[in-house]
Design a protein around this ligand. Structure first.
Ligand code: NG6
Ligand code: CA
Length: 509
């Protein structure tokens, strides 16, 4: 006789465990219904070839590579512009920067260029229940024109959608060289007020031009106004001694703020959006001494290794808090690379075989590809299947794509919903984009790039970068000629005409 099956306590336990593993637990249900955290890591002047996942060479960036190899690596990811302010403007508003004539490299005293009534990426996410923060380089202006650095500086990032902000106002090479938290200068001594001027020096204050004996870093072009920590800057500043940042500690400073924010928010039910714009490898390149000499390429390479380490620490924090699987990480750079951007810092001399622009022509400030085509990665452990994408995606598109992700109907005027491409579910990107470089524009459509004639210099000698200026139209087929060596404008007049028409239509000329 067949032995009857008898339930014993072990069977019951297994049955229970089996059933409970099928039905989603309350916690899982919560996670599924809630939106992921979003961490947007944004480097400053990092080139297409500076990430070893894009080009294995002398420089090793293991943490950036971890994002690249565990997520989607875009080969055709673009910043809107070849300089910082316009790219940030486009990223945060989904608007072409050439629509706003103030979206150009700003001095530290410039007013905020994002209209406080405008829809922004952080506002859109905040409306969908996110807590929003920016920690790092701002460079979108502050205040309305005349800033009193000793009082509340408003409007500031908190007026365009960020609920927490801890920033540097403009760039590391521009005054004021202080951190600003939620509109207030950090560590300000009221008895030592800060004054900032971009036109004239304050009586008796040393400058890079007049006091070379005080400098620990020498200026090459520009950068010869006020001296802070031995480094000559752009703009004049007086006072605020206790509030001045330490350049070599800047990476640690922002990392500490970023970690604390992630740790705090991971305890909350509310998802967060952290915009983490890093200053590396923008000038002045001041890696912490523990990174000095590590790349063999001088401070520029060392600063990239420092940035890579910071990214590793952020990933570790997400892991420790148990939220890596619930966080979409986006990584990119605001514009292409530059070596000598105004200081003698061995960037050229110690470059060796490294090619910061990879196979691309030009660099920062350029209308050629290296100006705007930058490293672009998306990573979401467990959600995004690792892969390579040739879809053309731009930072302008993050607005509408992230809106689609969180179920928002808000949009930016020039943003496209490329969520499927960003999540690796589709290879379809944008058809066309207008790219900008120092107030000039060019067109990219399909495999083709067109640069209209511009009268400026062909090469900006001080930075040694080809700007893309020429007296005739330039037309390149990037599928055959990624390095933009052969101008097809005269041999393919039909294509040129087609491109001109699309350009005029998109620009609204
Ligand atoms: C330029 C600076 C350059 C850098 C750039 C802004 C001079 C001569 N050059 O004007 O060093 O600061 O502005 O870079 O001053 S960006 O990445 O923020 O756009
Ligand atoms: Ca930049």
């Amino acid at each position: 006789m067949k032995k009857a099956f008898l339930w014993n306590p072990f069977h019951l336990l297994f049955a229970f465990l089996f059933l409970s593993s099928c039905a989603p637990s309350e916690k899982e249900e919560e996670n599924q219904s809630s939106n992921p955290n979003i961490l947007l890591i944004y480097l400053d002047d990092l080139g297409y070839g500076d990430v070893s996942a894009y080009q294995s060479g002398t420089l090793q960036t293991p943490n950036m590579d971890r994002l690249a190899n565990g997520g989607i690596r875009f080969t055709q990811g673009y910043a809107s512009s070849a300089t910082c302010t316009p790219s940030r403007y486009a990223l945060l508003t989904g608007t072409y920067p050439w629509r706003n004539q103030n979206a150009k490299i700003l001095p530290g005293t410039a007013p905020l260029i994002i209209d406080t009534a405008q829809m922004t990426l952080p506002k859109m996410l905040k409306n969908k229940g996110y807590h929003t923060a920016v920690i790092g380089k701002w460079h979108l202006g502050l205040g309305t024109g005349v800033v009193d650095w000793n009082a509340e500086i408003a409007p500031n990032p908190n007026h365009v959608g960020f609920e927490y902000s801890h920033i540097l106002a403009a760039t590391q090479d521009r005054v004021p060289t202080v951190y600003i938290e939620n509109g207030r200068v950090v560590n300000l001594d009221p008895n030592d007020p800060i004054q900032v001027d971009y036109d004239k020096n304050f009586e008796g204050e040393p400058t890079g031009l007049d006091n070379p004996e005080l400098l620990t870093m020498k200026w090459h072009h520009g950068h010869n106004n006020s001296i802070v920590n031995g480094i000559p800057r752009i703009g004049f500043m007086k006072g605020g001694e206790k509030a001045k940042w330490s350049d070599i500690d800047m990476a640690d400073h922002f990392l500490e703020k970023g970690k604390a924010y992630i740790q705090e928010k991971s305890k909350s039910e509310q998802p967060f959006f952290l915009f983490f714009p890093m200053q590396q490898p923008h000038v002045p390149r001041t890696p912490h001494p523990r990174f000095e000499g590590k790349s063999g390429m001088g401070p520029r390479g060392d600063a990239i290794l420092e940035a890579d380490w910071v990214i590793g620490e952020l990933l570790k924090t997400l892991e420790e808090e148990g939220i890596l699987e619930n966080t979409l990480i986006i990584f990119s750079s605001d514009n292409g690379p530059v070596l000598n951007d105004g200081y003698y810092d061995d960037a050229v001399e110690k470059l060796g075989d490294h090619t910061p622009a990879g196979p691309l022509r030009g660099g920062k400030y350029s209308l050629f590809e290296a100006g705007t085509r930058v490293p672009f990665l998306t990573y979401w452990k467990g959600e995004i299947q690792p892969g390579l994408s040739n879809a053309m995606v731009t930072q302008i598109d993050l607005m509408n794509s992230l809106a689609a992700l969180v179920g928002s109907t808000e949009s930016g005027p020039d943003s496209e919903n490329l969520l499927d491409a960003f999540l690796g579910k589709s290879d379809k990107g944008r058809e066309a984009v207008i790219l900008e470089a120092t107030s000039r524009t060019a067109l990219r459509v399909g495999d083709w790039a067109m640069i209209p004639p511009y009268s400026g210099l062909a090469v900006q000698k001080q930075v040694n970068i080809e700007l893309g200026n020429a007296s005739d139209y330039q037309l390149y087929n990037l599928s055959e000629d990624l390095a933009q060596q052969t101008n097809l404008a005269s041999s393919n007049p039909e294509k040129l005409e087609e491109m001109k028409q699309i350009y005029a239509r998109l620009r609204g000329d």
